[in-house]
Write a new protein. Structure first.
Length: 65
């Protein structure tokens, strides 16, 4: 598994988990954090990770430079 595909897989998983939290955990009250807000942050981080994976996939391997 290349770093690009690893970033894509990790980012997609974080994006999906964040979307699940944002959609389905809105009514849960925790004393420190709100799960819906954590879901939004996870979606942002997952999206950034997917973009990094796409950039690495397009750029190509490091040994060719």
């Amino acid at each position: 598994m290349t770093r690009a595909s690893g970033n894509l897989l990790t980012g997609a998983a974080a994006l999906a988990a964040g979307l699940g939290l944002w959609l389905f955990a809105g009514g849960v009250d925790l004393p420190v954090v709100t799960p819906a807000k954590v879901g939004v942050v996870m979606m942002c981080v997952g999206g950034a990770e997917v973009l990094l994976g796409l950039y690495r996939a397009v750029r190509g391997p490091a040994e060719s430079r």
